[in-house]
Unconditional design. Structure first.
Ligand code: PEP
Ligand code: MG
Length: 758
């Protein structure tokens, strides 16, 4: 091996020829090992290196020497390095290349006598990345102290990508072998997460945004590939522009990141990096994938959450471009038993799937009050969030058991596990039957205290939930939900038609319509508000509709018309002061007057109330109860603001408990105040639908709860199994406690009394 650099002697043409030879070897016949041996020999020869070694990630995050040209053959399958150990381990750990003229003097160098490494001084290694994961390391070494330049590193990276993709495509290494504790492909793998909706689902994995499989990797015709790239980029830009201008159909899904898309799609650096990789012999799609994998691997090292969020945008954009290039559809037909796997998902995105085929939802991120979770509850599908590594470890069509009751998924389960869970699914069906058996019985405690159970709704499909659960009414109708799914804000007639269907569907049961509550995690508001630094506390909800009264007036007009001769219950969200309530009420009165003036019939009864979800209102209760007909405590937002904890932040999802002493004391004082002043009060946050929490609410005086329809059965059952005379003194006494959460003590108390706490 000469000490001379490859620059000038190894051209882009040479690289292309090498890539096509590599492809032929990999695609050839014969034993896997034999093919890999040929591959490393070919690389060493073409790059004029003394050594080329391929390390592959095995179970337990260990890199195993899989094939080598130049090191001792005895070391193959024997030499193993942990991720982070030695230079090879370092490359895998950081997904970054290393190029050293004198590797021996590097502090990370680890000497392995069995390899005969004494003779080799220089080392250049790059990660092998597939579908965003490091699956191995490719290394070349020389006897001489040889400096490597950027072009050489790039060349080796391209070769590594080709090997990685071909390894995956030809199953050189079984996918299962590449994971920690998944070394034995027969063993199932357990991943833990946070349950957002209970239940068990058995099915096959469907990736919400699947990794697009690349058919062709190597091309000897860079001119055609460049042309394909630029044509595809043109289509991508058109798609992004169409999303930004006018069509808001995808706005909910992409929201305020659309501009970032445009930025990326026009980014010269990004495009020229892809072009360079095409010039080196890859197809346009393989080049997009390579540049994306490199960027992704590097960004994964960064701890900045905002940058990491941008990764999602990059993923989306690269996937879109890959979809255009491969001419394929991004979303396949759902199989009959689908477990949807995603990083995170918007409510309308979730609704785009056929609900009858969805058996569960697994998210890498997600939190209990996110709107996709609210929708999943309405659909009654089990949801597991915060499953670390879900996207990298689960592959399309993997068999999955999702056990949201135990907060886990079991990947590639054995027949025994499936049998076990099939039995559990049947048991759940029986439990559902048990709830169905109490469906027509009142929600009344053993000592005769009656509780009104209502559902939270937002879509017409929720009306079925009202019938199935036999709830007393709709305690919260989130009118923004349909807004989020529509390309433009619906006009008065469209809203009227919708609200009328809701009123008719409720068949005389009360419906509480909440006016538009966009903003915060309901990102469609960004189409009105533009991006904000802190949208949860931004120009959202009633703040927005008071400033744009036409929106509010149209909505109220539609509600009034839809409830002619019926009961109209209107509720304003995010009210922070009585002045805001007064302003909203005035607008309501104006619309009522207008309705009557225009010859409309008045609703039979009118009740105007407010959500209590901004803490400031807690200290204006005296004035508030004078003005409102009812108050509904929205614990999702109220908790977010009380604890200063973003309700959508995965890391905070379990940090603060709804059974915190502070929360219960606060609700207790509001409920007592309302009782004394004879103002109707209810709780409509997610906590109302958790059976144990519902009991605690009952104990502190709540008699009206509103929750997702699927939780009515369990809450009705638990209420019927408890006695208030038992619960009340215990919970009121606990309120004096200094404990931050009362959950465990309360759970033990309930269990002792034979109350079935799930
Ligand atoms: C709440 O904040 O508790 C609530 C019920 O409203 P939403 O979840 O729609 O913000
Ligand atoms: Mg709210």
């Amino acid at each position: 091996m000469s000490g001379q650099s490859m620059t000038g002697t190894f051209s882009a043409g040479d690289l292309r020829r090498m890539l096509s030879r590599l492809r032929d070897v990999m695609a050839g016949v014969g034993a896997v090992q034999g093919r890999l041996d040929k591959v490393v020999a070919l690389i060493a020869q073409d790059l004029r290196a003394d050594v080329c070694s391929c390390y592959v990630m095995r179970a337990g995050e260990v890199l195993e020497l899989f094939a080598t040209y130049g090191l001792s053959q005895k070391a193959v399958h024997l030499t193993r390095l942990r991720v982070g150990e030695g230079l090879v381990g370092e490359i895998a750990a950081h997904a970054r290349p290393v190029a050293l003229a004198d590797a021996w003097s590097h502090p990370q160098f680890v000497y392995r006598p069995e390899t005969g490494e004494d003779f080799f001084r220089s080392l250049m290694g790059v990660p092998m990345i597939q579908a965003g994961r490091v699956i191995g390391v490719l290394v070349v070494q020389t006897k001489d102290e040889r400096p490597f330049n950027d072009w050489e590193v790039e060349t080796l990276e391209t070769v590594a990508m080709v090997i990685a993709e071909l390894m995956a495509a030809t199953q050189v290494v079984k996918r299962e072998e590449l994971f920690q504790s998944e070394g034995n492909a027969l063993l199932h793998v357990r991943l833990a997460g946070a349950p957002l909706h209970p239940g068990v689902g058995i099915g096959v994995a469907v990736m919400h945004k699947p990794h697009v499989r690349i058919g062709r990797i190597v091309s000897e015709d860079p001119v055609t590939e460049q042309y394909r790239l630029h044509t595809a980029l043109g289509t991508l830009r058109q798609e992004v522009d169409a999303m930004i201008d006018g069509s808001r159909a995808d706005a909910e899904a992409y929201g305020d990141i659309l501009e970032v898309y445009r930025m990326f799609a026009d980014d010269r650096g990004w495009i020229s990096r892809i072009s360079e990789v095409i010039a080196s012999g890859l197809t346009a799609e393989a080049a997009v994938q390579k540049v994306h994998d490199d960027t992704r691997a590097r960004m994964m090292q960064v701890n900045d959450p905002i940058l990491r969020e941008r990764l999602q945008d990059l993923d989306d954009l690269a996937n879109r471009l890959l979809g255009i290039l491969s001419g394929g559809h991004m979303r396949a037909e759902l199989p009959d038993n689908a477990i949807l796997v995603c990083r995170s998902i918007g409510p309308t995105e979730l609704l785009n799937y056929d609900r009858r085929k969805l058996k569960g939802l697994v998210m890498e991120e997600g939190s209990p009050t996110m709107h996709a979770a609210v929708v999943a509850k309405a659909l009654d599908i089990p949801v597991l969030a915060q499953v670390q590594g879900a996207l990298s470890r689960i592959d399309s069509l993997d068999l999955i058991v999702l056990d949201a009751n135990a907060g886990q998924i079991i990947l590639r389960p054995s027949d025994e596990v499936i049998d076990l869970y099939t039995a559990a699914v049947e048991a759940r069906a029986q439990q559902k039957e048990a709830y169905a058996a109490v469906r027509d019985l009142p929600a009344v405690t053993r000592d005769g205290v009656k509780v009104s159970l209502n559902i939270n709704a937002g879509f017409l499909l929720d009306m079925q939930g009202l019938i199935d659960s036999n709830a007393d009414g709709i305690g919260l109708y989130r009118t923004e939900m349909p807004f989020l799914a529509m390309p433009t804000l619906p006009d008065v007639n469209a809203q009227y038609a919708l609200y009328k269907q809701v009123i008719d569907g409720a068949k005389g049961k009360p419906v509480t319509f909440r006016t538009l509550d966009v903003g915060g995690d309901k990102i469609a508001a960004s189409s009105i508000t533009g991006p904000e630094d802190n949208p949860a506390m931004g120009w959202r909800s009633i703040r927005l509709t008071l400033d744009r009264p036409a929106l509010l007036r149209q909505q109220l007009r539609a509600m009034i018309k839809a409830t002619e001769g019926e009961t109209l219950r209107v509720m304003f969200p995010m009210i922070a002061s009585v002045a805001e309530f007064d302003a909203a009420h005035r607008i309501f009165n104006l619309e009522m007057e207008r309705h009557i003036r225009d010859g409309g019939r008045a609703p039979k009864t009118i009740k105007v109330g407010t959500m209590l979800e901004v803490p400031a209102l807690l200290w204006q209760l005296d004035a508030l109860v004078e003005r409102v007909d009812f108050i509904s405590i929205g614990t999702n937002d109220l908790m977010q603001f009380m604890f200063a904890a973003d309700r959508g932040n995965t890391r905070l999802a379990n940090r603060y408990d709804t059974l915190a002493t502070s929360v219960l004391r606060m609700i207790h004082s509001v409920v007592t105040h309302c009782k004394n002043t004879k103002v109707e009060v209810s709780v409509c946050g997610e906590m109302a639908g958790k059976p144990l929490d519902a009991l605690a609410l009952l104990a502190i005086g709540c008699r009206n709860l509103s929750m997702s329809a699927s939780t009515i059965g369990p809450v009705r059952a638990i209420i019927r199994s408890a006695s208030l005379s038992d619960l009340q003194p215990f919970v009121l006494d606990m309120l004096k406690s200094e404990d931050s959460s009362l959950r465990e003590r309360f759970r033990a108390f309930a269990r002792d009394r034979g109350i079935a706490v799930t």
